[in-house]
Write a protein that binds this ligand. Sequence first.
Ligand SMILES: [Zn+2]
Length: 254
Amino acid sequence: MASILAISAHPDDETLFAGGTLAMYAGQGHDVTILETTRGEGGEIGEPPLTSRENLGTFREHEVRKAAQALGVRDIFFLPYIDPYMEINGIARRIDVPLEDFAKAIGEYVDRIQPDLVITHGSNGEYGHPQHIYTHRAARLALANGHADTALMSWSAWYEPSERERILNNDDRADIVNDITPWLDAKITAALFHKTQHAMFLRNSGAPSIADMVWKTESFHIWKGPLPTDLTNSTQSNTPPKMDGLKFPQSENL
Ligand SMILES: [Zn+2]
């Protein structure tokens, strides 16, 4: 079985861009771990507010831990960086840390987890978010520094036809397009746990509900192969994960 590490700029990116694929891998018995580079402290606190701005990082950590559980993820870690505050419709910013330091911090987790495959943001940051782009660059730099056996791919790779052209990375051609329909329940459940971000999800997507917003295909560009052999035909042996015992977020006191 393979070890897979997803590296995400903010809690929710891993869910929206690769949640179905992570659930699929986990359901197939692979070890899936998430590394969040921030706790999304600069994001939205919810409409109406679900927490205070001061407590948002802690709150979003709880949200993403529940989301990770829904996806079948084994473990989740957080880098100590603080996501800069962003006003609604304001200018997104990245963490103020030198790239080499950021890559080193990621590299320490790669050393510790020893993943066969790292999955992270695309080179265009999906819709150009600076922290998404910076995370992509830092992950690539981390793997260039002595992780010869670790494969690397990025999510939201460009393909045609696509149900969501707006947030695909135009410079990353899709090598893999996964139909994640069998894993959609897990992905929707995970997305529902990111409650502080729901108003933003709906505002940005124009979708009538979170379930409608969640994409049913996920695409990936391979930057560094080969992929672990037991992942190669990954979409052909799907067993949806058991959702028993996992409460929906509506009943959850985060
Ligand atoms: Zn993000």
